[in-house]
Structures are given as structure tokens and as C-alpha cells.
Design a protein around this ligand. Structure first.
Ligand SMILES: C[S@@+](CC[C@H](N)C(=O)[O-])C[C@H]1O[C@@H](n2cnc3c(N)ncnc32)[C@H](O)[C@@H]1O
Length: 228
């Protein structure tokens, strides 16, 4: 690789600043969610505005009217996704921490999204089982995974039958969480993510790309034939 094109931390920061300058960051409602989450002392582990914009674009391009998110925190990514849904659409977002779930509900209400987002409290694997019983197979257009890294493969297996042909599963942190996985080959979360990625990539029902944006995104589009 030519030296001038190496992506150092400094170059990434400058690149992000340039993208924010050209595309804008976010509106005041979304910004307020980030600010209030910081004031409340919630962990600084939400997606960035750039990833939010990308999720919004992907959810909109799937024409999803039903979506599932695993890992709500303050509701920041939920807000980006929900805004891509039609007025009668529904996002189910799953959060095991009751204080975060209530905080997210307040934030989503503050930007007029209460009717489009339902915060489901509980452990993701249990809530996904409940959703699988309540929703028809292949009835979900978009899913975003951003919770327990060691459970990603289980989330995928539970979500897969729910995803409609043409729908997408997107997962965050597939290249790292704060530190890059490529430098931490024996990290248990890294091995779990590696198993997850390799299973999704091998699955004939999905076509995939890994996007090295922020801490890495997996984009998996469902190419299963209808009725299979
Ligand atoms: C990285 S944060 C989510 C950030 C959020 N998606 C955003 O970008 O705005 C992960 C969240 O998942 C929740 N979580 C972690 N493991 C979980 C589990 N097994 N079931 C449900 N929620 C879980 C955590 O409490 C935390 O709020």
C-alpha cells in the first residue's frame, strides 16, 4: 500500500471531520439524545452519526416497515432506524437494562417516535424467541445487532427466519470494540465474532459485505427465495 493512503487514527479523525462537514452531522433531536445520554452518565458506546446515517439509508433502501434492533442503550441508533420506517412502521428494540430502556423510551418520545418504536425489556435471546412466536416468518425488513458480542451468532440464527427476502441484517463491532480484533486474536469476543461472520458468509440465504467503518459493520442481505 502506498504510504500516503495508510489509514492512521489521525487520518480517520480527519476523514470523519470532513464527512461531517460535507454531509452534516445530525439534527438537534438526535444530537439531544447523545447529549442527554452523556449527561446521565450512560456509557459512550453508541454508534456515531456517520453510522446512523448509513443505517438509515440501508433501512430505507430495504423499504422495511418492520425492524428489530438488539441493543438499545439510549435509543440513538433506534431513532436513526425508526426514521427510515413509514409512519405505520414498527421497530422493536431490545434492552436488558431497565434504566436504559426507560431512558430510551423518554428520548424516543422526545422526538416523536413513540408510536413507531417499542422498547422490549429483557435478555435479547429470550425476547427474540418471543418475537419469533409473535411475528410471521420473513416479515421483518431490517435488523441491527449491537449487544453482547459473544451472542451475535445466536442473534443471527434467531433473526434469520424472520428476515424477508431483500431485507438486511446489519451488525456493529465486527472488527473490534475500542481495540481492533486483528490485534487481539485470542480475545473471546473476537473468536465469537469470527465464528458469527464465517457462518453468515457461508449461509446461502445471505449475501454479505464487511464494511470497515468505525469498528466494522457486517451487511447481510437476504437472498432467500420467497416461501423457502
Ligand atoms: C453498544 S450498546 C447499544 C448502542 C445502541 N445500539 C446505539 O448505537 O445507540 C449495547 C446495549 O446492549 C445492551 N445489551 C447487552 N447485552 C444484552 C443482552 N444480552 N440482551 C439485551 N440487551 C443487551 C446493553 O445494556 C447496551 O445498552
Amino acid at each position: 500500500m502506498r504510504g500516503s493512503m495508510q489509514m492512521t487514527h489521525e487520518r480517520w479523525t480527519a476523514t470523519e471531520a470532513y464527512l461531517r462537514d460535507v454531509f452534516g452531522v445530525e439534527d438537534t433531536g438526535l444530537r439531544a439524545i447523545r447529549d442527554r445520554a452523556a449527561e446521565r452518565g450512560l456509557p459512550d458506546i453508541a454508534i456515531t452519526p456517520e453510522v446512523g446515517r448509513f443505517l438509515h439509508l440501508l433501512a430505507g433502501s430495504c423499504r422495511a416497515d418492520r425492524a428489530i434492533e438488539v441493543g438499545t442503550l439510549a435509543g440513538y441508533s433506534a431513532a436513526w432506524i425508526a426514521r427510515a420506517l413509514p409512519a405505520q412502521g414498527r421497530l422493536y428494540t431490545i434492552e436488558r437494562d431497565p434504566a436504559y430502556a426507560s431512558f430510551a423510551e423518554e428520548q424516543l418520545a422526545s422526538i416523536g417516535l413513540s408510536d413507531r418504536v417499542e422498547v422490549k425489556r429483557g435478555a435479547a435471546l429470550e425476547v427474540l424467541d418471543q418475537l419469533a412466536s409473535a411475528l410471521a416468518p420473513a416479515s421483518v425488513g431490517f435488523a441491527f445487532i449491537d449487544a453482547e458480542k459473544t451472542e451475535y451468532l445466536d442473534y443471527f440464527r434467531k433473526l434469520s427466519p424472520l428476515i424477508a427476502p431483500g431485507g438486511m441484517i446489519v451488525a456493529d463491532n465486527v472488527l473490534g470494540t475500542s481495540r481492533w480484533w486483528i490485534d487481539q486474536l485470542d480475545h473471546p469476543e473476537r473468536s465469537a465474532i469470527d465464528r458469527f461472520l464465517r457462518e453468515v458468509v457461508r449461509d446461502p440465504d445471505f449475501e454479505c459485505a464487511g464494511v470497515p467503518m468505525r469498528e466494522g459493520l457486517l451487511i447481510a442481505r437476504c437472498v432467500r427465495e420467497r416461501g423457502r
